[in-house]
Write a protein that binds this ligand. Structure first.
Ligand code: FEO
Ligand code: CA
Ligand code: CA
Ligand code: CA
Length: 651
């Protein structure tokens, strides 16, 4: 079973990151202002030195960082490694696994996976991903842990397989839909000082692919959102492929819909070719939808236009995914809200930057090869004196895509109808068209195609924005190499650092540099003892890793990095299993804090208010974690990490 599971996961991953950006935005060299180039030659600034890949500091001896107070752990090369290894003086225990009861009346998980879809609706979903902790007002020892369940793995079913060669049984599809979405669980610190779940809490809640949600913002009620089952275009069932997250200043959770195109199909070749909202996102147009063939049991996922049905049947259903969904964890009755002003793409996250005056920006990656980095700037400002009134601020604002110039400057390009070529003659009849087709709008505006943008994280005091670019084996062939994406066949990825002009979240100009290039150490050897090729060598000072994905700052300004690479891939032979690392943004030193079981990626992290508990997610473990007995089916699991002396994590 575990072998089927591994292959299935790898198949999904290779579809996640397809390169379908057809735009030929000019190589950065053509965008450089020649005058600037001279300035750059004449006097290198510190920032400019940094952006050439670590610059001088890469050669400097790694200093002992005052921020990193733990001893790094070694890579785990054993193909049978089936547990979580954490730094000395810490412990990591399974806290919340797929199938654990969430809502009242949920049955206890059955090891043969025989729970039906009605049970799954009340149990923890699969593939735990982005996660945040929300303390109860005025309390530090009690809160709500809210997390995404991104997709599903074949061990969801008793057979341990998913057969895409015949129509899917509806009860299997429903169980898969029920295992998607979000979990809200109440947690509290017990008398022994350890965090535990509150099993009977009115806040414990599952949100799934079947939960009704309201469409808000510019697309609410728009013709592009109307379907045969929702002729008003105001309510959609469910959220899917919820990857990373964001939080608002008013204490709500933002969940982001990533690889939604892989759940739909449009079988009409003529329609598909001209329908930007399908083709530019890579919907399937033959066979089955790319992931689970739900359309064979649930007609909503067949987006082939149906002339005999109102609103073309379900042709607009894919337009209703790819958004930011706002959930109020403290109001279990409140409907989740899809906020369409954020624009539609394979959104990884929505990381908040909040200025002292209430100005806001939310940063997002679009995770596919050659896609873009975005930010959404609400028009209004957050009013701390009146926080609840602020939430509809998410319905009005400006979506921008980033252009990274070769000289270390950058520009946010407004995706606004009538600006940057987003006109009717270029295929954008209105702002609604711009938002639904945000990728095409960013193509037209001239954004820089990136190496699969994943998470963004904002430094708690400087407001510098860090972005993971996980990897891109199409760089150098599908997209030209440039300064921000400097390595052809980039298997290891990089982390960018962006400084907004004046540290203003709403600025339209920024400077940027490469914080680090992940990958092998200089002089590293491959399996046959030959030097690894130059494109696989990075600039990491400290412990090595590949494919940065999850990224977050703790309150003290430590940068935590989570990895997602295929640990069966030969090129990863020096990297072992996926891991959680910690970096000092000032010295760039990186230290490995935790290594997960074989087959998993590490994703999602959240802290208790005192910084003494850290939750992290072990997504799609490949062997038998968390039972780790060599026979129980593996389960995605949140682990709770504490320091044995009760101290702050990482310090
Ligand atoms: Fe859901 Fe791009 O990771
Ligand atoms: Ca990710
Ligand atoms: Ca990833
Ligand atoms: Ca992944």
């Amino acid at each position: 079973m575990s072998h089927d599971h591994r292959h299935f996961h790898e198949r999904l991953e290779s579809q996640d990151d397809q390169s379908i950006n057809p735009s030929a935005n000019p190589p950065l060299a053509e965008l450089i202002d020649p005058a600037r180039r001279n300035v750059l030659k004449g006097g290198l600034t510190l920032a400019a030195l940094g952006f050439f890949g670590g610059g001088l500091s890469a050669c400097a001896k790694a200093s002992a960082s005052p921020l990193l107070g733990f001893k790094g752990v070694p890579v785990q090369l054993d193909p049978g490694f089936d547990r979580v290894l954490v730094a000395e003086g810490y412990r990591a225990v399974p806290f919340f696994s797929w199938g654990d009861p969430v809502e009242s009346g949920a049955p206890v998980w059955k090891a043969d996976a025989s729970d039906d879809w009605q049970a799954q609706l009340k149990q923890a979903g699969d593939n735990h991903d982005g996660m945040n902790f929300f303390p109860f007002e005025g309390e530090t020892d009690r809160g709500l842990l809210v997390m995404n369940h991104e997709y599903i793995n074949p061990p969801l079913h008793p057979s341990g397989t998913i057969d895409l060669s015949k129509p899917r049984p509806l009860d299997e599809v429903r169980k898969e839909q029920a295992a998607h979405g979000v979990s809200v669980i109440e947690v509290k610190k017990g008398k022994d000082g350890q965090w535990q779940r509150v099993m009977e809490s009115p806040y414990n809640r599952r949100i799934t692919m079947l939960t009704p949600m309201r469409i808000a913002g510019p697309l609410a009620g728009h013709a592009l959102m109307k379907t045969a089952s929702d002729p008003a275009g105001l309510e959609v069932l469910g959220t899917l492929n919820n990857c990373a997250t964001g939080v608002t200043p008013w204490g709500t959770f933002l969940t982001c819909e990533e690889n939604w195109p892989n759940y739909f199909i449009n079988r009409d070749p003529a329609d598909y070719t001209q329908r930007v909202s399908h083709k530019r996102y890579g919907l399937s147009n033959s066979g089955t939808s790319k992931y689970y063939a739900w359309e064979t049991a649930d007609a909503r996922f067949d987006a082939t236009p149906a002339a005999d049905q109102p609103h073309g049947g379900h042709v607009n259903e894919p337009n209703r995914f790819g958004w930011v969904v706002e959930i109020d964890p403290f109001d279990p009755k409140a409907q989740p809200i899809k906020r369409t002003a954020f624009g539609r793409f394979s959104r990884e996250c929505a990381a908040l930057s909040l200025g002292g005056d209430g100005r806001m920006a939310f940063y997002s990656g679009d995770d596919a090869k050659g896609e873009y980095v975005y930010k959404f700037v609400p028009t209004g400002r957050f009013d701390a004196a009146n926080p609840k009134v602020s939430r509809d601020l998410l319905d009005e604002g400006t979506l921008y895509a980033a252009r990274f110039d070769a000289d270390g400057n950058g520009h946010w390009l407004a995706l606004v109808h009538g600006q940057n070529g987003l006109t009717e003659e270029n295929g954008f009849a209105s702002q609604a068209e711009v938002l639904v087709n945000a990728r095409a709008a960013a193509d037209r505006a001239g954004a820089t195609p990136m190496d699969r943008p994943e998470w963004a994280a904002v430094h708690p005091t400087s407001r510098e924005v860090y972005v993971t670019l996980t990897n891109n084996d199409g760089r150098g062939s599908k997209q030209p190499v440039d300064k921000a994406n400097p390595r052809p066949n980039n298997l290891h990825g990089q982390i960018l650092r962006i400084a907004e002009q004046g540290a203003d979240p709403t600025a339209t100009a920024f400077t940027w540099e490469l914080f680090l290039l992940a990958g092998e150490a200089k002089g590293a050897k491959d399996k046959d003892g030959k030097p690894v090729p130059a494109n696989l060598v990075g600039t990491i000072q400290g412990d090595l890793f590949s494919s940065p994905d999850g990224l977050a700052f703790d309150a003290q300004g430590r940068l935590w990095i989570q990895t997602d690479f295929d640990d069966a891939e030969a090129a990863m032979h020096n990297m072992g299993c996926n891991m959680l690392l910690c970096a000092d943004p000032a010295t760039r030193e990186v230290r490995r804090f935790l290594v997960g079981p074989r087959g998993c990626e590490i994703t999602g992290l959240a802290w208790s208010p005192d910084g003494k508990a850290l939750w992290a997610n072990i997504q799609h473990p490949g062997l038998s974690y968390p039972a780790s007995d060599g026979k129980t089916r593996p389960r995605s699991t949140t682990v709770l990490i504490t320091k044995e002396d009760g101290g702050v994590i990482g310090g």
